[in-house]
Design a protein around this ligand. Structure first.
Ligand SMILES: [Fe+2]
Length: 297
């Protein structure tokens, strides 16, 4: 059975244990999460001025919209403030910054009513993040920048937590994706032709769970959960932030969610930075995860 823990004051070791059992953790906005949202909001407003970033899709050809995203998204990902704010969020949530590593936050834009469905606005089909080469102990942190509704939220397909799915993750190589797939994104406007890691069998998506939080409200979940972008019918673009963490003890002990069906190659291990000093995962630990299909669990 999967549960949603709301605003629980639970220590991080126990929380990770529960996350690896498939539980979700949801928390109200805090000063630190609101600061990250404010940074994203300000950058979006500046990029789309004079339009409201949630409405801009109605005021410009999609090619112009993509050109703005192509500049805005990397600017946010690499913004030095993110590397200050995220450790603050982790500390707020009880993570040990000496042992918790995080990756660069992503800024996601999901336009409504099929305006942009490729490249930089690709609405992710149901997937597990573990089909994209992370260690099985990876935890995902997600927060909306503006108010959301059920119609532009993210959906979890909880009953696949313990059910394997036929998928194409064996064709996914993280290094190749970095060299090719990621670079193609800004060029894809009408159609997304990149080979994504995806289910290759029909999925039973209902019942699904959609979590609607205030801006800056956190949803924390195991990278092994099947989740998807809800088709946005709100006429407003949904803008959200997500980042991922791994904990050194889990890496060393090879703990994590059960691996039911991930067979990708290469690893995201080089992407994470330690909360305390932004150092990379030490080489001897990283090596355990290199060139091994979906280690852990
Ligand atoms: Fe995902």
């Amino acid at each position: 059975m999967n549960s949603v823990y709301y605003n629980t004051d639970i220590n991080d070791d126990l929380r990770r244990e529960r996350l690896f059992e498939g539980q979700l953790f949801v928390g109200a906005a805090r000063e630190s999460t609101s600061a990250l949202c404010a940074l994203a909001r300000d950058m979006c407003e500046e990029a789309f001025a004079p339009y409201d970033p949630q409405e801009a899709q109605h005021h410009m050809p999609v090619e112009d919209y993509v050109a703005i995203l192509a500049e805005l998204k990397p600017k946010f990902i690499h913004h030095p403030r993110c590397k200050e704010i995220i450790p603050g969020i982790l500390a707020d949530c009880g993570c040990d910054l000496e042992k918790t590593y995080f990756d660069a936050p992503r800024l996601r834009t999901v336009t409504s009513d099929g305006y942009l469905t490729a490249g930089l606005g690709y609405p992710f089909k149901p997937h597990r993040d573990t089909w994209y080469s992370p260690p099985m102990c990876q935890i995902n942190w997600w927060l909306p920048v503006h108010p959301i509704e059920s119609e532009n939220a993210m959906a979890f397909h909880m009953h696949y937590w313990d059910r394997p799915i036929e998928n194409s993750s064996h064709e996914f190589n993280y290094q190749e994706w970095n060299l090719t797939g990621r670079k193609q994104a800004p060029k894809l406007v009408k159609q997304d032709t990149r080979r994504q890691s995806e289910a290759t069998e029909p999925l039973q998506l209902d019942p699904e769970l959609r979590i609607v939080t205030e801006p800056g409200g956190l949803t924390i979940f195991s990278a092994a959960h099947l989740h998807s972008t809800v088709p946005n019918t709100t006429e407003r673009t949904r803008i959200s932030i997500d980042f991922r963490t791994v904990h050194m003890d889990d890496l060393v002990e090879n703990r994590g969610a059960p691996n039911l069906d991930s067979n990708c190659t290469e690893t995201t291990i080089g992407d994470y930075l330690r909360g305390s000093d932004l150092s990379h995962v030490p080489e001897e630990i990283a090596e355990m995860y290199e060139n091994i299909a979906a280690v852990g669990g």
